[in-house]
Design a protein around this ligand. Structure first.
Ligand code: SF4
Length: 382
């Protein structure tokens, strides 16, 4: 899995038809076409503003996430893609992903995406059980997921990701295995599997806090995770990152940038960037975002600009790199920081996490069991 020094672009669309009960992402329940259209205009203006500083960099990945980008009209999304191509040097074989909710994808949208160069579709399926989908507050049912997948294939998408979710209260192992089985049956090129996290600020958190909802025990969570990975491996998927598996050659090139200390520029409300050696974020307040765009200034939240020490950056390098099954190369660490890894970190850490943290062939990585306790091991480096 190679990553390049080319730039990745992330575009955030912070609208969803309805807020899911577990979601703490930066998104608002709104499907007013006028609001969505106004936001797309602002995004296009931001593309022009930001490209002035970044147009000299080749871009080899674009990720349009949210929120629900597929809520935007095909026309607006086409205009965003035109603006990207006019203002950034997007290389010929760039990976260009859009996230879509199965209830919001029409044939017209998929055809336009493909015509405008979007070549990867990430479907938020979550489950193939209608009861589970309803419990999560999703706006789609399992038929929408099947239909949108088949339509996407028919339209010409060969690179499709499916997000699926486990450790949901009330979801039995049988239900989870059925979801994994149906997902594998459709054979998307890529599968992301996430365990439900009860995050502050969500409807689920309120229920949990009031004792009306219980989190799935850790042991059950891990059983579900390993069961799914075993099924995916048997079906030919490679588990290449803690939460991701892909058919050979279909690893997410954009997400690999996040785990390989590569640079990306975030556009849109609240989008994060790591570019030009700095970390910064756009404002998460819509009125501030729109005002900055109207005044032709980058909508960066000045308080978000982080100048981490070299040691902190090393921690980020290790923390993100260990998410990949292949970990990171010690040469890459040296190339970035001009220091040997074991001059910075005590080699005894390998003894402490014997069998969990492995150093071999010039790479440092977690074993499969190491991934189960990744947070504890990664915390040693930050
Ligand atoms: S569709 Fe995704 S971003 Fe939107 S509310 Fe649901 S989980 Fe959050």
């Amino acid at each position: 899995m190679m990553t390049t020094n080319k730039l990745g672009l992330y575009l955030h669309v912070p609208f969803c038809a309805r807020k899911c009960r577990y979601c703490d992402f930066l998104s608002f329940g709104c499907s007013d076409s006028k609001v969505l259209s106004e936001y797309s205009q602002a995004l296009i203006r931001e593309i022009r503003i930001r490209s002035k500083d970044w147009c000299f960099r080749d871009v080899d990945t674009v990720y349009i996430g949210g929120g629900t980008p597929s809520l935007m009209s095909a026309w607006d999304m086409g205009k965003i893609m035109d603006a990207l191509r006019e203002n950034f040097n997007i290389v010929k074989d760039a990976e260009i992903t859009i996230e879509g909710n199965p209830a919001t994808l029409s044939d017209e949208k998929m055809e336009r995406y493909l015509r405008k160069g979007i070549n990867r579709l990430s479907l938020g399926v979550q489950s193939f059980e209608n009861d589970v989908l309803q419990y999560l507050g999703r706006i789609h049912n399992k038929n929408d997921a099947f239909t949108s997948f088949q339509r996407a294939k028919k339209a010409g998408f060969s690179n499709i990701n499916m997000d699926i979710m486990f450790a949901i209260p009330g979801q039995s192992m049988k239900m989870w295995k059925d979801t994994v089985r149906q997902c594998i049956f459709l054979k998307p090129a890529h599968i992301s599997l996430y365990s439900l996290q009860i995050e502050e600020g969500t409807e689920f958190y309120e229920l949990y806090k009031d004792g009306k909802m219980e989190a799935v025990p850790e042991i059950q969570d891990r059983e579900m995770y390993h069961q799914a990975l075993a099924m995916m491996k048997e079906a030919g998927y490679k588990h290449y990152e803690i939460s991701n598996a892909a058919l050979p050659g279909f690893e997410s090139r954009h997400n690999l940038k996040y785990w390989s200390y590569a640079e990306y520029l975030g556009l849109g409300l609240g989008a994060s960037s790591f570019a030009g050696g700095s970390r910064f974020k756009n404002t998460s307040r819509m009125h501030e975002y729109l005002t900055a765009i109207r005044e032709h200034v980058p909508p960066v939240d000045q308080e978000s600009i982080e100048n981490y020490s070299q040691r902190e950056e090393m921690g980020i390098f290790v923390f993100t790199g260990l998410r990949k099954a292949e970990g990171f190369s010690l040469d890459h660490f040296h190339h970035v920081f001009r220091k040997d890894f074991f001059d910075v970190y005590d080699e005894d850490i390998l003894k402490k996490y014997k069998g969990l943290l492995i150093c071999a062939d010039g790479r440092l990585y977690l074993s499969e069991h190491g991934m189960d306790v990744s947070n504890r091991i990664m915390a040693e480096f930050v």
